[in-house]
Design a protein around this ligand. Structure first.
Ligand SMILES: [Zn+2]
Length: 293
């Protein structure tokens, strides 16, 4: 994404779709929105690597297809919402089809560096978890990992997408970490945690700290494939160099055939840091450029 403005353009288009359609409650159904615009939505038996869906123009008709290899209902809905961005943001159909009929292949889920794909992902995130409705639901959902699970069922979104949205708005220290085998794929933190002095972000593809429950969970891949879920405790400095030794809840869940593991670190207690420590790295989420944010 080149600039924040382009993210905001996609997000505000999603907000305006919700306002125009007078949607006032969760979950927001992208299938229904498509149907109301006369857009057919259908499954597509496609095994093209990384391709989650298709947006098709045939004359004045549009069709959305989602790949049947996606087994996660939340991600299917995200993919359909992504395709809706290609319909609603006027420059998208113009760019994708240039006035002709055609098929656009989508790679949704914040994996693509393409400008239009990124805009469509931000649109989808905002459409399915709009700030106002999400915040109201968040306040009614308690704290920590159980709140994330409840919000995912309220929004009908994937646990991963919901966890990131949760961390984005959480007032408590929260870290959302994606890992596979012994590596960290990415990490997202709530702003209060990201601003803790001294805390260093793990580098992309760095080793999982070996003494964590997540690391031992990943050593047995049946845990991941069977979508096992465990609760444990950890310390923040087990995970992040130079972090204070704060006790955190560590919730771990295997993501099945996605073959990755989601970990959520959480505490309700404020993190007190020693102000005399001037050896700190002040890096926020926006500077990381990792996937999913
Ligand atoms: Zn796309």
């Amino acid at each position: 994404m080149k600039h924040k403005l382009e993210i905001q353009e996609a997000e505000s288009e999603a907000k305006s779709v919700i306002a125009r359609l007078n949607i006032t409650s969760l979950p927001i159904c992208p299938f229904k929105i498509a149907r109301e615009r006369g857009i057919a939505v259908e499954p597509k038996d496609s095994n093209r690597p990384g391709v989650s869906g298709f947006f098709i123009k045939a004359g004045n008709m549009f069709v959305i297809q989602y790949a049947t290899h996606i087994k996660n209902e939340g991600f299917i809905r995200f993919t359909v919402a992504h395709e809706l961005c290609h319909y609603f943001l006027p420059e998208h159909p113009e760019y994708l089809f240039q006035g002709r009929d055609g098929i656009h292949e989508s790679r949704s889920g914040f994996i693509s560096d393409d400008f239009y794909e990124k805009q469509a992902d931000y649109f989808a995130k905002e459409l399915l978890m709009p700030q106002d409705l999400f915040l109201t639901a968040l306040r009614e959902s308690g704290v920590g990992f159980p709140a994330i699970m409840l919000l995912a069922s309220k929004c009908k979104t994937s646990i991963t997408a919901t966890a990131i949205r949760f961390a984005q708005f959480a007032e408590d220290p929260v870290a959302v970490i994606m890992s596979s085998h012994n590596r960290i794929n990415w990490c997202f933190m709530s702003s209060v945690l990201a601003s803790v002095k001294g805390l260093r972000w793990p580098r992309k593809d760095s080793l999982l700290p070996p003494n964590t429950v997540t690391a031992s969970f990943n050593r047995d891949q049946t845990n991941v494939l069977s979508a096992k879920q465990i609760e444990a405790w950890t310390r923040l400095d087990n995970w992040f160099d130079k972090a204070p030794p704060v006790e955190m809840k560590e919730d771990v869940i295997g993501l099945g055939n996605y073959r990755k593991t989601l970990t959520v670190l959480f505490t309700e207690d404020p993190i007190i840091v020693d102000d005399d420590d001037d050896d700190f790295l002040e890096i926020g989420n926006e500077n990381r450029g990792w996937k999913w944010h």
